[in-house]
Write a protein that binds this ligand. Structure first.
Ligand SMILES: [Ca+2]
Ligand SMILES: [Ca+2]
Length: 170
């Protein structure tokens, strides 16, 4: 359901989804989704101001370098790009980050790690490679709280900045 009127100019960027909907489908609360939207806006306008995250912007966010080719970054980008249209939309961003949430189902984390490792996309991992996917799950479990702490730190800076601008503008 829903009308995708591509010709009409929309107020929200392409791929924007309501925080209440995203919150109901992910482990995030509505305010966390709203915080992610602030982060998303920053990332998606870092190089090309189109409200969508392109590969270069994603790479810049991950490694602070947009030119260095990185297979790992490429792979994560592909995993985030659920609709496979070459850009990460807001809905995809939130759903993918949901995997890193401490309350996300272990099964989802394992699936994510599995897809991350299955570079050839054959749908199965060779027996001798299993240990590697397990270490990836461990990385995701650890990295998950790191992602959240970055989001929280970013929100803290943003709130302070907004507070200060409001203070000085009066
Ligand atoms: Ca962009
Ligand atoms: Ca996409």
């Amino acid at each position: 359901m829903g009308c995708y009127c591509s010709t009409s100019k929309k107020t929200e960027a392409q791929g924007y989804e309501e925080p209440t909907i995203l919150s109901s489908e992910t482990p995030f609360t509505v305010s966390e989704v709203e915080a992610l939207h602030e982060l998303y806006k920053k990332l998606s306008n870092s190089i090309v101001e189109d409200g969508l995250i392109h590969k270069e912007e994603f790479q810049l966010a991950l490694f602070r370098n947009k030119n260095k080719k990185n297979l790992f970054a490429d792979r994560i980008f592909d995993l985030f790009d659920l609709k496979r249209n070459g850009v990460i939309e807001f809905g995809e961003f939130v759903r993918s980050l949901g995997v890193f949430h401490p309350n996300a189902a272990l099964e989802d984390k394992i699936t994510f790690a599995f897809r991350l490792y299955d570079l050839r996309q054959t749908g199965f991992i060779e027996r001798e490679e299993v240990w590697f996917s397990f270490s990836l799950v461990i990385i995701i479990l650890r990295y998950g709280s790191l992602v959240l702490s970055i989001i929280h730190r970013y929100m803290y800076v943003l709130v302070q900045y907004t507070f200060r601008s409001t203070l000085y503008s009066h």
